[in-house]
Design a protein around this ligand. Structure first.
Ligand SMILES: Cc1ncc(COP(=O)(O)O)c(C=O)c1O
Length: 453
C-alpha cells in the first residue's frame, strides 16, 4: 500500500473551538500581533511547538495510573531507569523536569567562566545555560546548514575543520565538552549523520574531551539516518539509536519531544564521578535522584514513551507527515528550508515577502496572516526572535512545528491550503514595527503594530 496511515485509532477527542476571521482580527489586535499572547482556545491548529504538545497512548495513560508516588526508590523510577539503560547503554541516569533543567546542571558541573562550548547549533535554552555558567557558546554547523535552498541529507552536521580550528585556537583545556544537537532544531530540524557523530567523536578523543548529545529528537534523527544513509538501511531504528548513544559520554534530553510526554527530561553520564556531582545539584533544585522534580506517574509515562518512539511505523508516519507538508508547500511555490526537517517545516519568509525588509519582520507578517486567515498558530524565527541592536539573523523563518500524534492528514491539508491561499495574496502582507518590548527574549512579550505598507 502506498498510503501511509496514522498508526493509531483515536479514543479520546478534544474539540477545537472555531473562530471567524473577524474574531481573529480582533484577537490579533488585542494581542499586539504577538501570537504568544493569544489563548490556545482561540487557535484552530496549533503549530507553535512540538515540545510537550504530543498525545499520549493508552499504555502511557495506564502508566499514569500505575505511577508510584513514593519519595525515594519508587518502582516507577526503576521502570524508567531500565528502559533508558536498555535504549542508550548509559547507567548513570538522572530524571529532570525538562531539558533546560538538565542543561543547567550539566553546564554548572562542566563549564564555567573562560570555557568555550562548541555545538552544531545551540538551542536557545542551551546557549542561555552555557552563558549563564560564564562560558561562551559557539555554533559550528556546516555551511549547507545556513542556506534554505541547498539540499543536503544531513544539514545538521558539524563542520569538522572548524571544530579542529577551534581546538587549535582555544586549546583543549578551555573546551570542557563538545555538544551535538540531534536533530538540529535551530537549524531547521535537520539531522546529524552517524558518520559525522563518529568523526566528531574521533576529534574529541584526540583532544581528550568528552562528547555530549542534546538528544531531544534522537529517534527522529535515527530514522532520518536509516532513510538517508544506505549503509544503515538494514539496521533497526533501535540499533541506530544505540549506535548514536554509544558514541557519546553523556546527553541531555527533553522528553517533551521523543519521550512522547508532556513534561520530563533526562541527564545521562558515563562517568560516575560527574554523575555524582550532578546528583548533588539535582537534589538542591529538582528533587531526590529517583524522581528529579517529576511525579512517579510522569516517570511511568516517560518509560513507555521511550518504548513507543522507536517503533518504525510510528516514525514512518511522523517523518512522512512533516515531509508531506513540506513537499506540498514547495509544489505550490513556497520556499521552505529544504529538505523538510524531522519535526517541523520552516518557511523562508524573505522569499515569501520580498517587499518587507528584515527590520519590518517579514516572518511575523506571515505568522499574523496565517492566524487571521485560518486560525493557525506558527512562530517567527527571525529578526523578531533573534534581532535587536541592529543585528539580523541569516534567515527569516516561520516554523510550522507538528505536535506528535495530535493532528490528522486533513488537518495538514488544511494547513497547506491556508499557506497557499496566503501565499497567493502575499504582496498584500504588511510590515510591522515593535511598539513595546522587554529587555530579554522579546518575542515572548513584545507588542507590534501593523504598518500601512
Ligand atoms: C534542541 C533542544 N534542546 C533543548 C530544548 C529545551 O528543552 P525544554 O523545553 O524541555 O527545556 C529544546 C526545546 O525545545 C530543544 O528543541
Amino acid at each position: 500500500m502506498k498510503t501511509i496511515i496514522e498508526p493509531f485509532r483515536i479514543k479520546v477527542v478534544e474539540p477545537i473551538q472555531m473562530t471567524t476571521p473577524a474574531q481573529r482580527e480582533l484577537l490579533l489586535q488585542q494581542a499586539g500581533y504577538n501570537l504568544f499572547k493569544i489563548d490556545s482556545v482561540n487557535v484552530l491548529i496549533d503549530l507553535l511547538t512540538d515540545s510537550g504538545t504530543g498525545a499520549m497512548s493508552s499504555e502511557q495513560w495506564a502508566g499514569i495510573m500505575r505511577g508510584d508516588e513514593s519519595y525515594a526508590g519508587a518502582p516507577s523510577f526503576y521502570r524508567l531507569y531500565n528502559r533508558v539503560k536498555e535504549m542508550t547503554g548509559f547507567s548513570e541516569i538522572l530524571p529532570t523536569h525538562q531539558g533546560r533543567a538538565s542543561e543547567r546542571i550539566l553546564f554548572e558541573v562542566m563549564a564555567g567562566p573562560g570555557m568555550v562550548v562548541p555545538n552544531n547549533n545551540h538551542f536557545d535554552t542551551t546557549r542561555a545555560n552555557v552563558e549563564h555558567s560564564g562560558a561562551k557558546a559557539i555554533d559550528l554547523v556546516i555551511d549547507e546548514g545556513h542556506d534554505p535552498k541547498v539540499r543536503h541529507p544531513f544539514k545538521g552536521n558539524m563542520c569538522l575543520d572548524r571544530l579542529e580550528r577551534l581546538f587549535s585556537e582555544v586549546g583543549a583545556d578551555r573546551i570542557p565538552l563538545v555538544m551535538l544537537t540531534i536533530t538540529n532544531n535551530s537549524g531547521g530540524g535537520q539531522p546529524v549523520s552517524l558518520d559525522n557523530i563518529r568523526d566528531v567523536r574521533k576529534i574529541c578523543d584526540h583532544h581528550g574531551v568528552p562528547l555530549f548529545l542534546d538528544a531531544c529528537r534522537f529517534a527522529e534523527n535515527a530514522y532520518l539516518n536509516k532513510l538517508r544513509d544506505p549503509a544503515l538501511a538494514n539496521r533497526t531504528v533501535a540499533q541506530i539509536v544505540r549506535d548514536t548513544f554509544d558514541l557519546a559520554d553523556g546527553a541531555t534530553i527533553s522528553a517533551k519531544k521523543d519521550g512522547l510526554v508532556n513534561i520530563g527530561g533526562l541527564l545521562l553520564f558515563r562517568d560516575p564521578e560527574l554523575a555524582q556531582k550532578a546528583r548533588n545539584l539535582l537534589i538542591l533544585t529538582e528533587g531526590f535522584p529517583t524522581y528529579g522534580g517529576l511525579a512517579g506517574r510522569d516517570l511511568e509515562a516517560m518509560a513507555q514513551g521511550f518504548e513507543e518512539v522507536v517503533h518504525e511505523d510510528y516514525l514512518q508516519y511522523r517523518i512522512r507527515s512533516v515531509e508531506y507538508l513540506g513537499e506540498r508547500l514547495l509544489a505550490g511555490g513556497v520556499q521552505i528550508v529544504e529538505p523538510p526537517g524531522g519535526h517541523a517545516v520552516y518557511i523562508d519568509a524573505k522569499a515569501f515577502c520580498p517587499h518587507i525588509p528584515p527590520e519590518r519582520f517579514p516572518g511575523q507578517a506571515v505568522v499574523c496572516a496565517l492566524y487571521r486567515h485560518a486560525g493557525i498558530r506558527a512562530v517567527e524565527i527571525g529578526s523578531l526572535m533573534f534581532g535587536g541592536d541592529g543585528h539580523h539573523p541569516d534567515m527569516e523563518l516561520v516554523r510550522l512545528a507538528v505536535p506528535r500524534r495530535v493532528y490528522t492528514q486533513s488537518h495538514i491539508d488544511y494547513v497547506v491550503e491556508a499557506v497557499l491561499e496566503v501565499f497567493a495574496k502575499r504582496d498584500k502582507l504588511k510590515p510591522f514595527e515593535i511598539v513595546e518590548e522587554p529587555p530579554q527574549l522579546r518575542h515572548f512579550a513584545a507588542r507590534l503594530r501593523e504598518l500601512d505598507g
